[in-house]
Design a protein around this ligand. Structure first.
Ligand code: ASP
Ligand code: MG
Length: 468
């Protein structure tokens, strides 16, 4: 049987009780041949990065001292969960790590220009220590866990702080992990870290442990990649706005990507690309409620083509409308317009056009004061701040007629602008005033997910839940 990757994020290993939950989850999943990938304990990566800054500023002593609180957190987890001898061994590991980090801080303080590779070397202790501690805790729970140095598996280029995997990763990962799996061991490795061909430590960029899990899963042709975090999968809406928001049982990769833009607590599409390429299902689960709901993310053909899956939103949006008679029948206008945004390095999200005007939404409007005079060369400009983008997401939008009509008739008293049926055709997106966003979302959630008498959307949702 192909292995299952179980990746645990920082909050899933933040303290001794979180480690206990992880041990219970891995124990329950032994039959699925787990490979465990783990982040640094919550907050430690930030602390390690901040320590490097202190060293760059010249204070190596303060840099190392600033880590003592988090190093002690590791020790107290070990003392609570490990027997005396393995606890002593781990305390020694911590002492050695502190000494090594101390040396690195000193080098950085003396030669700040050397810091990029040394920073990765230091930051990697977060995942290294956590994976060693977790392997010990799993062994304490009668599991045949083996710590594996992830740098032996994940081979990368030398873009320190944001390294990318190279093709040697797959054979290296198989060579390291398959023998363990064949002898029924459970490999435990840190996410986020790798090494170059010369053996220099690298990191993949913040949040990179999910990416590691997907890369390792692809190399081993995993049957499933599980991302254990602190939320119950992906929800139908923001639970702070809709108290009846619930877990979406199945999503397609594309729906998940659309949701990610809205900052829904869901994987970044780039990080699961290796899984998407090999059509490996990715499951988002809650390590604090392991028996609770989870979301399975699969290829489109396997995702039930449910009408509406989620209502996502993003506040703080600015819209810009440029109107000009020059647009009529002319070419080159749109190019000129986008060049302005390009020059000012401002990303445009939603775009709608009519014969004589173009509306655009931007999420980071900090360059607007400099950008406006350039836009005014092209036509009359109108800016509206404090807008919210609302996006209704679901594969079924591709082929279910009448959804737009239902949505807009439900909110006919709310001023809606910039309606766009996403180019991806799995979303229907529009803008409302921020002050009316919560009410809009609540009402749409009701028609799409809560109203049992109503038409297709709700019914299909219920049918799917029964299957899942
Ligand atoms: N520990 C790393 C970070 O905080 C990687 C991860 O958690 O995915 O960015
Ligand atoms: Mg993390």
């Amino acid at each position: 049987m192909n292995p299952t990757i179980m990746k645990f994020g920082g909050t899933s290993v933040e303290d001794a009780s979180a480690f206990r939950n992880v041990a219970a989850i891995v124990s329950a999943g032994v039959a699925s041949r787990p490979v465990v990938v783990v982040s640094a304990i919550a907050g430690f990566t930030n602390a390690l990065l901040a320590s490097v800054q202190k060293a760059i500023e010249g204070d190596a002593r303060a840099a190392t001292k600033s880590l003592d609180h988090d190093l002690r957190r590791h020790i107290s987890i070990a003392r609570e969960l490990l027997k005396a001898d393995s606890c002593a061994a781990f305390e020694l590991t911590i002492a050695v790590a502190r000494r090594e980090i101390r040396q690195l801080h000193k080098i950085i303080a003396m030669h700040p220009v050397t810091h990029p590779p040394l920073q990765d070397e230091i930051v990697a202790y977060g995942e290294q220590l956590c994976s060693q501690l977790l392997a010990a805790v799993l062994r304490e729970n009668q599991l045949a866990a083996r710590y594996v140095d992830a740098r032996r598996c994940l081979r990368t280029d030398d873009s320190y702080g944001n390294a990318g995997p190279v093709p040697e990763t797959a054979p290296a990962t198989r060579a390291e992990l398959l023998p363990l799996l064949e002898s029924s061991r459970i490999p435990v490795l840190g996410g986020f870290i790798g090494s170059t061909g010369n053996g220099v430590t690298t990191t993949l960029g913040r949040g990179g442990s999910d990416y590691s899990a997907a890369i390792i899963g692809a190399a081993l042709d995993a049957r499933e990649i599980q991302i254990w975090t602190d939320v119950s999968g992906v929800l139908t809406a923001d639970p702070r706005i809709v108290n009846k928001a619930r877990t979406i049982p199945v999503l397609s990769y594309q729906e998940a990507a659309e949701l990610a833009y809205f900052g829904a607590k869901v994987l970044h599409p780039r990080t699961i690309q290796p899984a998407i390429d090999r059509r490996i299902p990715v499951r988002v689960c809650n390590s604090r409620a392991a028996d609770g709901a989870s979301t399975l993310i699969v290829a489109e053909s396997e995702a039930a083509p449910q009408t509406v899956k989620a209502i996502a939103h993003k506040n703080g949006i600015t819209t810009v409308q440029v109107s000009s008679a020059r647009m009529l029948g002319a070419y080159g206008f749109l190019r000129a317009l986008f060049e302005v945004f390009d020059r000012h390095r401002t990303a445009v999200d939603v775009v709608t056009t009519s014969e004589v005007s173009v509306s655009l939404s931007i999420d980071d409007a900090s360059a607007l004061p400099e950008l406006l005079p350039d836009l005014e060369q092209l036509g009359a400009v109108e800016v509206e701040e404090h807008r919210t983008i609302i996006s209704i997401i679901g594969e079924g939008l591709r082929n279910t007629p009448g959804i737009a009509a239902r949505v807009f008739s439900e909110i006919s008293d709310i001023n809606v602008t910039m309606i766009s049926v996403g180019a991806s055709s799995v979303n229907l997106t529009f803008m409302v005033e921020e002050s009316r966003a919560a009410e809009t979302i609540k009402r749409l959630h009701y028609v799409c997910f809560e109203d049992e008498r109503a038409g297709s959307a709700a019914k299909i949702n219920i049918a799917e839940e029964a299957i899942a």
